[in-house]
Design a binder for this molecule. Structure first.
Ligand SMILES: [Fe+2]
Length: 315
């Protein structure tokens, strides 16, 4: 194999001045990263979700990011993030009282909304003898009509002919500390973010079976906004950094929430990991609106810098 490279960028959170909240620094950082990717000129770009600040509410945010991605001089492949669609499912409210976790559960409409802009949220293809497969992990454990077909699709990939390497991409981390950790408790203030960022059993083990049976070498995710690598049963799990804003920098001793993206060099020797920090982090500190998952009554569109940004899916 001739050596070649691909890039993985995630949690770019591009926002809009029509929204109830806007941080121009996130958009500036995305444009910096975009220029760096064009400069590096990888064969292809993987985009790990949370492409928009509030894509689940605003189709115009998803469409604007798609326009930026379509104009890149290289192919890209994208999976949805929870802010683009909806969160991992819960049957009970969580410990964070500033949000309504039940109302944030992923819905079928969220998936349709995303797919109406970006096309199918699950895909697999082979490039230069590397198979790449991506999907919407928030569907797993949701009980939505889309869940069983997704499992069937995931498990059907075991029948595909093997390539030299198999790279998987999802938005959430498969686990936080250990493949065999207990499910985190959404009602525990200490456990909330652990719950929020990872996949629960029994779905975690079922997914791990898929990864192993399909010859996975590398599993890429985002969501956390902190760079961290785990190994489990011979598979490398890379959580990529965000370009938008850092989070959870103190969660792991070797975690690094420096903003940037990942570049991988592929050869017969393996897939080499390189962190590419943003050349320049935006110093803009203007903008408006709340962070996190604000309750609907706290989404005030009257403070938006531009008009006409009200929700297109759920309010
Ligand atoms: Fe994110």
């Amino acid at each position: 194999m001739q050596p070649w490279s691909f890039a993985h960028i995630t949690d770019i959170h591009v926002g809009s001045p029509k929204s109830f909240r806007f941080k121009p620094s996130c958009n500036e950082n995305w444009h910096t990263a975009r220029e760096q990717i064009i400069e590096i000129n990888p064969d292809l770009l993987l985009v790990g979700g949370d492409v928009a600040r509030d894509g689940s509410l605003h189709r115009y945010e998803l469409a604007a990011v798609k326009q930026d991605l379509d104009a890149l001089p290289l192919p890209y492949h994208v999976v949805p993030g929870n802010m683009d669609t909806g969160n991992k499912h819960t049957d009970v409210q969580g410990a964070n009282h500033d949000r309504d976790d039940l109302a944030l559960n992923l819905t079928s409409d969220n998936i349709k909304h995303w797919e109406s802009v970006f096309g199918p949220s699950q895909w697999t293809f082979v490039h230069n003898n590397v198979r790449f497969s991506g999907f919407c992990d928030m569907t797993l454990g949701s009980g939505l009509p889309e869940e069983e077909p997704l499992w069937e699709w995931l498990e059907s990939l075991t029948d595909q002919p093997r390539s030299q390497y198999h790279v998987w991409m999802m938005h959430s981390a498969l686990f936080v500390d250990d493949l065999h950790e207990a499910n985190w408790d959404i009602t525990d203030p200490e456990g909330y973010h652990n719950w929020y960022f990872a996949i629960d059993e029994p779905h975690r083990s079922r997914l791990m079976q898929v990864f192993k049976a399909t010859g996975a070498n590398l599993v890429l995710s985002g969501h956390v906004h902190c760079r961290k690598t785990h190994f489990a049963e011979g598979i490398r799990f890379d959580i990529g950094p965000s370009t938008a804003f850092p989070q959870w920098g103190d969660r792991w001793p070797d975690g690094d929430d420096t903003l940037g993206f990942l570049k991988y060099d592929v050869s017969d020797d393996g897939i080499e990991y390189n962190f590419v920090p943003l050349e320049k982090v935006s110093e803009r500190d203007d903008g408006y609106g709340p962070g996190g998952h604000p309750l609907p009554h706290l989404r005030d569109y009257s403070i938006a810098w531009e008009p006409g940004g009200e929700p297109t899916v759920r309010g």
